[in-house]
Design a binder for this molecule. Structure first.
Ligand SMILES: *Cc1c(COP(=O)(O)O)cnc(C)c1O
Length: 352
């Protein structure tokens, strides 16, 4: 038998959501409830004619679209096959055996997996009321801490902390610790997410974004981030060259240029989300305030959550069980169209 290196052999495969059957509506992966910008879809289709050629390894036009939209230097922008790829590269370049990657209690699961791949220890700082606590993070920092990972707004909590708290975190963290701010749901946040971009100028902070959520391009696999020049240089060494396909690059660039479409999606998603959350609370369920395209639903017990999950599955509705996060009394629901959310509510009413 051919054996892998021990730390990979000891890893479990990364647990993606159960995808359900053909007739199942997935509310498990936080994909957009709405299609991407028509401009993005048209550009992507047109680009299929160019698939004989490798993509632009510098994502030149995509970076231009991002830089112009967000008022940042294109040299500081890197693109990945999803922001997951950029997270993996950060780990490979900046953490290794003996190092600690510090996340929070309800951290994005992939960060723990990416830490294990490089033999770094992943530590979770406690959260308070399903919300990241800067004081708790700071209390967990020690001399082995190399990277602090904060997802804001958070997944799977959906809650957000104010930018001034992120600023305080950066100011109080030692300068030699890399701070990674994952803004996968930044477009849904109430506090202007771009306001943390100037932290990148301190040369020890990166900000990550994705086209998978608000832009509705999860299937295209495009993420981006803002990196200090030196860090960008190191990340490029471990990034797969030609990582973002020809069609994905042009679709993402067109999506970025259609801010009006993205903003409509965000507003409509938030309206459906807030009505759904209010209805859940009226049924006696607890729902942390969400600034994302999903809500975390807390039931009276793990048994109640399990019963609800089974009833939903029987009705072709797949939510994300949260046992893997130590929240077996919770289910996470991606916000889909109004009729789908009405179906979810009806099934839940029947089980409670
Ligand atoms: C969805 C998500 C990502 C990004 O995923 P990609 O599709 O790889 O861009 C990153 N972080 C969090 C917290 C997410 O929920």
């Amino acid at each position: 038998m051919i054996r892998p290196v021990p730390h990979i052999g000891a890893l479990s495969p990364y647990a993606l959501a159960d995808l359900g059957g053909r007739d199942t509506v997935s509310l498990a992966q936080n994909e957009s409830a709405f299609p991407a910008s028509p401009d993005a879809l048209a550009a992507g289709r047109e680009a299929l004619a160019d698939l004989a050629l490798y993509p632009d390894p510098d994502w030149t036009d995509l970076r231009k679209a991002i830089a112009e939209t967000h008022g940042v230097d294109p040299e500081l922008v890197l693109c990945g096959a999803g922001s997951m790829e950029l997270i993996g590269c950060l780990m490979r370049a900046y953490a290794g055996a003996g190092d600690v990657v510090l996340g929070t209690e309800l951290s994005y699961a992939y960060v723990a997996s990416a830490s294990a791949q490089v033999q770094a220890e992943f530590v979770r700082a406690p959260e308070e009321d399903f919300t990241v606590s800067v004081d708790q993070i700071l209390a967990c920092v020690n001399e082995r801490t190399r990277i602090v990972f904060v997802c804001n707004p958070g997944n799977p909590s959906g809650t957000a902390i104010a930018n001034r708290e992120i600023l305080r975190l950066r100011t109080e963290l030692p300068d030699n610790i890399l701070l990674a701010i994952d803004q996968a749901y930044g477009e849904f946040a109430e506090d202007e997410p771009d306001a943390v971009f100037p932290l990148v100028e301190r040369d020890n902070t990166v900000v990550l974004r994705t086209f998978s959520k608000a832009h509705g391009l999860a299937g295209a696999r495009v993420g981006w981030g803002l990196f200090p020049q030196d860090i960008a240089g190191e990340i490029r060494k471990v990034l797969n060259p030609n990582n973002v396909s020809v069609a994905a690059q042009v679709a993402a660039a067109a999506a970025m240029r259609d801010q009006a479409h993205m903003k409509r999606v965000v507003v409509e998603t938030a309206q459906i989300r807030d009505r759904f959350a209010a209805d859940l609370r009226a049924m006696g369920l607890s729902v942390p305030p969400s600034q994302t395209n999903f809500v975390l639903i807390r039931f009276a017990s793990a048994a109640a959550a399990q019963k609800a999950h089974a009833a939903l599955v029987a009705n072709g509705l797949l939510l994300r069980p949260m046992g893997g996060f130590g929240l077996s009394d919770c289910l996470r629901a991606t916000i889909c169209s109004e009729p789908v959310m009405a179906r979810v509510l009806k099934v839940l009413e029947g089980t409670l």
